[in-house]
Design a binder for this molecule. Structure first.
Ligand SMILES: [Mn+2]
Length: 367
C-alpha cells in the first residue's frame, strides 16, 4: 500500500474517532494499493484498522501477482465472504462503510453484528483524495498536456465533414494512439443545436457553416484523468455567437482568478456565474462551474454555489462555465483544469482560448 496515503487516512480516522473501516470502491482501493481490481458482483473489501491490522479480502478469481503491501485474505465462490470479513471487524466499535458498498453485503454484516455502528467512511477517503501529492500533481500535469495535444489534432477535423459519431470515434483513436488506456468519459463532439442541448447524445448530425462546436474531451493516462473543453466555429461566426463566446471566456478567466487557497469552492462558481448573469445570460448557464478530478473524472468536491468548502493547495478541479442558447442553436463552453498552488493556481491546460473559426472542406448539407 502507499504508505503516505494510508498514514493520512489513518490520521483522519483517529481524528474522527473511527477505529476501523471498509474500503470497497475500486478507485479507492487503487488509490491505496496501486492496483485496480474490478470484482464485479463479488465482494472486495480493504479492511483498515487504526491499530494497523489491515486486510484485503478478495475472491480467488482475482489473483494478485505483485505484493500489495497488505495481508491478503482469500475466499472461494462457495464461501460466505461477509462472514469471513466479520471475523476481523471489532464488534464493539463503530465501522466506516464505503458509500458504494452494495446493501447486500452491509445488511449481511449487520445481521452478523459486525460492528457497534455503521458510518459513512468514504468522506475520509474522499477528503484525503482531494489533495493530490507531488507525484499525483505531476501525473495530472502530464495527462492535461497530452489532452492539449489531442485537442490540437481534433479541432481541424471538425471542418472535414464528419458526423458527431465519426468525430467521437476519431477522438477515441487519438487517445488510444497516444498512451491512454481509455477515454475518461464519452467524448462530447456537438455541432450547433446539439451543443446547445446539455442532454444531447452524440448522433449522426453533420456540422454546417456558422455552427458552434463543443468539444469536451478527456483521457486516462497513467491512471489519471484529463478533461477539457474548447468551442470552435465552422466557417464563420455570427456576431451573437462571438459575443457569447467572449462572455464565457471572460467568465472562465474570472473563475481561474478566484481559484486560490482560502477561497471557497462556491466563490469560484460565483466568479463565473455573476459575470455571465451581469451580461444577461445567467439563466442559460445551466450547470455547476466544475468538479474535482483525479483517478476518476468526477471526484468529490463540486465547484458549485452550495459548496462552501475552503480551497486548499493540491486540489485539482475543472472550471467550465457555459452558455446554451437552444433557440439560436448556440452552445459555448470553455474548460480547463486547475491545480491549486500555495498562492493561486496553475492552469493545467495550455491550448489557446482565442476564438477559432475552422475552415470547412465543403459545406455539409444540414440533415
Ligand atoms: Mn469536466
Amino acid at each position: 500500500m502507499n504508505e503516505s496515503k494510508v498514514t493520512r487516512i489513518l490520521a483522519a480516522m483517529e481524528e474522527q474517532h473511527l477505529p476501523q473501516m471498509i474500503v470497497s470502491d475500486p478507485a479507492a482501493v487503487f488509490y491505496l494499493t496501486g492496483k485496480w481490481i474490478h470484482p464485479g458482483e463479488r465482494m472486495l473489501a480493504l479492511y483498515l484498522n487504526v491499530n494497523g491490522s489491515h486486510k484485503l479480502i478478495l475472491n480467488r478469481l482475482f489473483p494478485q501477482e505483485k505484493d500489495l503491501g497488505v495481508e491478503l485474505v482469500w475466499y472461494n465462490d462457495t464461501e460466505d465472504a461477509v462472514e469471513l470479513l466479520s471475523r476481523y471487524t471489532e464488534k464493539d466499535k463503530p465501522l466506516g462503510i464505503d458509500k458504494t458498498w452494495p446493501a447486500r453485503f452491509l445488511l449481511r454484516l449487520q445481521e452478523l453484528n459486525g460492528a457497534s455502528a455503521y458510518l459513512n467512511g468514504s468522506t475520509i477517503i474522499d477528503d484525503v483524495r482531494r489533495i493530490k501529492d507531488a507525484e499525483e500533481q505531476q501525473l495530472m500535469r502530464e495527462a492535461s498536456l497530452a489532452n492539449d495535444k489531442i485537442m490540437e489534432q481534433l479541432i481541424p477535423l471538425t471542418g472535414k465533414g464528419f458526423t458527431e459519431k465519426e468525430l467521437d470515434q476519431k477522438v477515441r483513436e487519438l487517445y488510444a494512439a497516444s498512451g491512454h488506456s481509455d477515454v475518461s468519459f464519452p467524448p462530447i463532439t456537438a455541432y450547433g443545436k446539439s451543443g446547445a442541448d446539455p442532454h444531447h447524445a452524440t448522433d449522426s448530425t453533420l456540422g454546417k457553416r456558422g455552427d458552434s462546436v463543443v468539444l469536451d474531451i478527456g483521457g486516462i493516462r497513467n491512471n489519471y484523468c484529463s478533461d477539457m473543453t474548447r468551442t470552435v466555429f465552422l466557417g464563420e461566426v455570427s456576431e451573437k455567437a462571438r459575443k457569447v463566446y467572449e462572455i464565457v471566456r471572460e467568465a472562465q478567466q474570472r473563475g481561474i482568478d478566484a481559484a486560490r487557497p482560502g477561497a471557497r469552492m462556491c466563490d469560484v462558481d460565483n466568479a463565473c456565474r455573476s459575470y455571465i448573469t451581469e451580461k444577461g445570460y445567467g439563466e442559460f448557464f445551466t450547470h455547476r462551474t466544475g468538479h474535482s478530478i483525479g483517478i476518476e473524472d468526477h471526484e468529490t468536491g463540486d465547484v458549485s454555489s452550495v459548496n462552501q468548502s475552503i480551497i486548499q493547495p493540491g486540489q485539482v478541479f475543472s472550471i467550465e462555465p457555459g452558455i446554451y442558447l437552444q433557440e439560436e442553436g448556440i452552445g459555448v463552453r470553455i474548460e480547463d483544469l486547475v491545480l491549486i498552488t500555495e498562492d493561486g493556481c496553475e492552469v493545467l491546460n495550455h491550448y489557446p482560448k482565442d476564438l477559432i473559426v475552422v475552415p470547412m472542406d465543403s459545406d455539409s448539407i444540414e440533415k
